[in-house]
Design a binder for this molecule. Structure first.
Ligand SMILES: Nc1nc2c(ncn2[C@@H]2O[C@H](COP(=O)(O)OP(=O)(O)OP(=O)(O)O)[C@@H](O)[C@H]2O)c(=O)[nH]1
Ligand SMILES: [Mg+2]
Length: 471
């Protein structure tokens, strides 16, 4: 245990020295982490961001672009040979091809390197030629960050907390019945362990479908090549003490520990520890549509995610990071093209309030944070419609289900975000007096002018916050 954490921090030390040397002497590298819970819009965000950084006609908010200092941007082979490449070309073809469609769900880590040739700002700009700056974009599931909380917990504590939290969820009924029916101090029985793990995984999947955000351990949702292996064959059980040798309890606890050391820690060591800038994408509109419970869950998940960025909270992680920290974190509400721009500031207010609360809750001191609402790929146009004598700011687009064009009014977000966050925290069943509908739109047919990337909302502002100061 001690040896492995020592080794971790040594590797990290050598690497960061290497990073710093190459940064000082050669070409600076910015590692931008892009995360968010399932379906929050990570793939579309990265695809459109890269397309708009390659063709910057729609990026006036990126200061280096506005000052004419970016001479070129181009894709390059990424530095990490064992991480899958982000499939930029195929995702872009899906979004902007003759039959535009949203890209497939991804759910694993992937990476892409974009390099800039840019002249420095200010006084140096006339004296120095263009420098090369690399932007390494790393896409990873937000659920993996929530797994950090497991590192502090024993199997027994985790079991108890999980069983309590899910006790009243319909999605968990079958699993809970099964967990109650076993005696964890019975001797270990593999088919029983497998059946419990399988039922727990189907609960997690159903919970995620139902809009819950606390669906950890994250790898249960996206097992990949770990499917069926012992590190994913455990489940929370009503346990006390240590359990007798060779019992189901002991074996479950052993696997839970293996999950922590062989799944959670390697992710933090190999990916998380190297990130400089981070964007956390949040489908806030989707949560609002799902009701107060979902909004409250989302707030908790944001606090959980932020606590991974709070240095010092976790001894293992602080040792791994050796004082290095993520410098900037952007919390962005995605899919803002579901709202007329008259309502965008309200969505931003909600994100700001959520971020603030999440920060307070994680008693966060560290990175610079900001909140924003954006659309990575704008799928709608705006129009004002008169309905019962009132003017409604609507958006128009192609409905994903039927392929028909429709104008759509999603409901009136409150000017004061506490009108949403208050009921969410107080456990209200539904929103008072207002219903929030959000339709799924298909991506629009595009005819792009040369030099323009795909249409978006505030992607340039997001890019400026995340990397603008380094260009
Ligand atoms: N209207 C609109 N819809 C969007 C936008 N971005 C994402 N979406 C919708 O959100 C869905 C999920 O987007 P993805 O980018 O695939 O999300 P993800 O986070 O990569 O999802 P996973 O890979 O499943 O975790 C898309 O299929 C679209 O329906 C946007 O800018 N505008
Ligand atoms: Mg994806």
């Amino acid at each position: 245990m001690v040896i492995s954490s020592l080794a971790d921090s040594l590797t990290r030390g050598v690497e960061s020295v290497g990073d710093r040397v190459s940064e000082a002497l050669f070409e600076p590298v910015i590692r931008l982490g892009v995360t968010g819970l399932a379906r929050s819009g990570k793939t579309v965000f990265i695809t459109s961001l890269v397309a708009n950084l390659l063709d910057r006609g729609r990026m006036p908010g990126l200061v280096a672009q506005q000052e004419g200092r970016i001479n070129a941007a181009y894709l390059q082979p990424q530095p990490d040979d064992t991480v899958p490449r982000f499939d930029y070309e195929n995702h872009l073809a899906a979004l902007t091809g003759p039959q535009p469609h949203w890209p497939e769900s991804t759910r694993a880590v992937s990476e892409l390197r974009l390099s800039f040739k840019a002249r420095p700002a200010g006084l140096l700009s006339g004296l120095q030629g263009p420098r090369t700056i690399h932007l390494d974009i790393v896409d990873y599931p937000g659920e993996w960050l929530l797994d950090l909380a497991l590192l502090d917990k024993t199997y027994e504590v985790w079991s108890q907390e999980t069983l309590e939290r899910i006790a009243n969820r319909n999605e968990a009924t079958t699993f809970l019945a099964q967990a109650k029916a076993v005696d964890p101090s019975d001797s270990h029985d593999e088919p029983k362990a497998q059946s419990l793990a399988k039922e727990f995984a189907s609960y997690l999947n159903a919970a995620r479908e139902a809009g819950f955000y606390d669906c950890t351990p994250g790898r249960f949702l996206l097992p990949g090549d770990l499917a069926g292996s012992p590190v994913l064959t455990f489940a929370p059980l009503p346990v006390e003490g240590h359990g007798p040798r060779r019992s189901l309890h002991r074996e479950m606890a052993r696997r839970y520990e293996a999950y922590k050391s062989q799944v959670v820690k390697p992710f933090f060591r190999d990916h998380f520890s190297r990130i400089d800038r981070q964007v956390v994408l949040v489908d806030a509109l989707g949560a609002i549509h799902n009701g107060p419970q979902a909004v409250e869950d989302m707030r908790r998940a944001m606090a959980g995610i932020l606590s991974a960025f709070r240095p010092g909270r976790n001894a293992w992680l602080s040792q791994l990071l050796l004082g290095k920290r993520v410098e900037r974190i952007l919390f962005a509400a995605t899919k803002a093209d579901h709202l007329h721009h008259l309502q965008h500031h309200r969505l931003t207010n909600i994100m700001e309030a959520l971020t603030r609360e999440a920060r307070d809750r994680a008693s966060f001191a560290g990175a610079e944070t900001a909140a924003l609402s954006l659309a990575s790929l704008r799928a709608t146009t705006e129009e004002i419609r008169t309905h019962n004598g009132a003017e409604l700011p609507c958006v128009r687009g192609t409905l994903l289900d039927s392929g028909k064009q429709a104008a759509f009014y999603p409901g009136d977000l409150p000017e004061d975000p506490t009108h949403l966050l208050g009921p969410a925290r107080n456990g209200s069943e539904g929103w008072l007096g207002e219903d929030y509908e959000f339709m799924a739109f298909a991506p629009a047919h595009l005819t792009l002018r040369p030099g323009d990337g795909p249409p978006h909302i505030r992607l340039d502002r997001a890019a400026q916050f995340l990397i603008g100061d380094r260009l």
